[in-house]
Design a protein around this ligand. Structure first.
Ligand code: AMP
Length: 198
């Protein structure tokens, strides 16, 4: 069983890479952002509670997120392993995840950081929004330059500290997230092949 974390700022390509890894390694992508958006779309109590926070680009409370992941990871589709995408996002979440995985007997196989240039992310986002609008499709409420800048700020302040947290445990591996999608995928795959062989 492999359990891995994909780390990096919003727009770094974590979701795109996670989807590829799902097929290749038989893992389940656990995107806390997707899970929250599903709750919001379904209009659940939780969805209503978090909507304003998510739309603003701030972080939902650690308690809610930890509970959400703890329940999700017990589902049968997570049995071969998971890719955490967008979780943990604070040191408190990382500590809770460590405790949770230890308790559930699920080892953490790899923590992979996608290193990217923030200005390039902003210009990529603007291109993506223009393309989405050109296709006549709806744009996510939190998909605009102002919110992305807010989310990048939140990443630096609240999420970036988990990078030294995992580095200090000898778990962190970094990949150049500015390379092409296929090159990034190959770099991640070779890390996972090594983790699987270990
Ligand atoms: P994402 O799609 O991963 O960028 O997540 C979208 C939004 O959902 C974030 O901007 C946060 O408001 C919220 N969110 C997702 N994952 C977490 C998390 N692990 N902790 C706190 N908030 C989260």
């Amino acid at each position: 069983m492999m359990n891995m974390i994909l780390l990096g700022p919003p727009g770094a390509g974590k979701g795109t890479q996670a989807k590829r890894l799902e097929e290749k390694f038989g893992l389940k992508q656990l995107s806390t952002g997707d899970m929250l958006r599903a709750e919001m779309a379904a209009g659940t109590d939780l969805g209503k509670k978090v909507k304003a926070i998510v739309d603003s680009g701030a972080l939902v409370t650690d308690d809610i997120m930890i509970q959400m992941i703890s329940a999700r990871i017990d589902q049968p589709d997570c049995r071969n392993g998971v890719i955490f995408d967008g979780f943990p996002r604070t040191v408190a979440q990382a500590e809770a995840l460590d405790a949770m995985l230890a308790e559930k007997g699920r080892p953490l196989s790899a923590v992979i950081e996608l290193k990217v240039d923030e200005e390039v992310l902003v210009s990529r986002l603007n291109t993506r929004i223009a393309e989405t609008k050109a296709r006549g499709e709806p744009v996510r409420a939190d998909d605009n330059e102002e919110t992305l800048r807010k989310r990048l700020h939140v990443f630096r302040e609240q999420t970036a500290p988990i990078i030294p947290y995992y580095a200090g445990r000898g778990m962190l591996q970094s990949v150049d997230g500015m390379a092409g999608i296929d090159d990034v995928a190959r770099a991640i795959e070779s890390i996972l092949e090594r983790a699987r062989a270990a």
